[in-house]
Design a protein. Sequence first.
Length: 226
Amino acid sequence: MRLFLDTANIEHIRHGVELGVISGVTTNPSLVSKEGKVNYQELVKKICSIVPGPVSTEVLSQDASGMIAEAREIAKWADNIVVKIPASLEGVKATSVLAKENIKVNFTLCFSLNQALLGAAAGATFISPFVGRLDDIGEDGMKVVFDIAQFLCYYELPTQVIAASIRHPQHCFMAAKAGAHIATVPYKVLLQMIQHPLTDIGIKRFTDDWRKVMGEKRIIETPAKL
Ligand code: G3P
């Protein structure tokens, strides 16, 4: 399972890419708004220049013709751009048109297998079930990820499932177990994923044991800069 960062924050994106584990980014109008009153196009272009893989950015129109017009414009911004289209009836229509023009679509705000069936049939490159928001209303978000992943695999469809609306580290490994191709994670969750108290205790114990016998002797005297 690949990892994308779910943010529009440049510093966080730079750090994720620097770690070598982030191969894409997803944004939405709420995430972009968190960055203040920015120039949308400039911000997205900057993100696209930092990230090695797909960068999803969302349309604002709600009717198919508006979505298509916005998506055609957004698609010109960078080679690695993916246009987020909501899983509405108008979104299905827009996705069908855009897919035929080879514009990559991330079929977003997906909450059911039926919505995913339509997104895949329309030719979406990615489908994004929102796990956390389903959990919020007492449904099982990860079950929807599992069902979509099974369906895409069974019919050998090229569409990939992005587990989105990830809220905590447990969602990450559950997404992998459910067969998601990708999980898009908030920066905070990315940092939480590596945390384990036994790792910290282990590092300290190894260092203390070494020091007791070897003192400050190191393998190389001046560690090289990365
Ligand atoms: O990837 C979708 C995500 O941005 C939505 O997350 O936490 O607002 O449900 P959330």
